[in-house]
Design a binder for this molecule. Sequence first.
Ligand SMILES: [Zn+2]
Length: 177
Amino acid sequence: MSSSTSSRGSWSSTAGSRRSPIPYRKKPLDYEPAVLCHCGMKAALWISWSNDNPGRRYLKCYRARVSNTTEGGCGFITWYEGPCNPFVASLLVDLRDAVWGLKDVNTALRLQLDDVTMRLEQEKNDAIALKELQRMEKEEEQLKLRDGRTNKAGGDRCLIIAVCVALCATWIWMALH
Ligand SMILES: [Zn+2]
């Protein structure tokens, strides 16, 4: 631990409240010896990702991060270590930007994928509905066809009966005369 709040440079990234490009290996309170803030609580150890101090750790009142937008706590903030080598700092800034860029691309691709997946699902449902409709139409056609055949068979039966009746009537008439 070396620097104080008077050290030059910013704590947070210029890009606002963007998250750390890499996950923390240790939780903010997993360090020793403990440094207490003005509240008397163990201060949280964070990593700066600013352009001036990338990768440099600092201590801040744990209550400071009440939410993403509001700041709270006692205002305690101090560097945990001295500034890093300028070459390493520029390298870290480049790596940070590369990671953020890739994360942005990844997010955009995920959104596109979600969109395509949703459209595919819709098209699949439409195809199923269309197939069902075609099946029902085919069934209806077959029913109509069967109905037509039944009517024709009924017609033939009537014709045969009529011919029989006529023949019987002729035979009776001839028998009587
Ligand atoms: Zn505090």
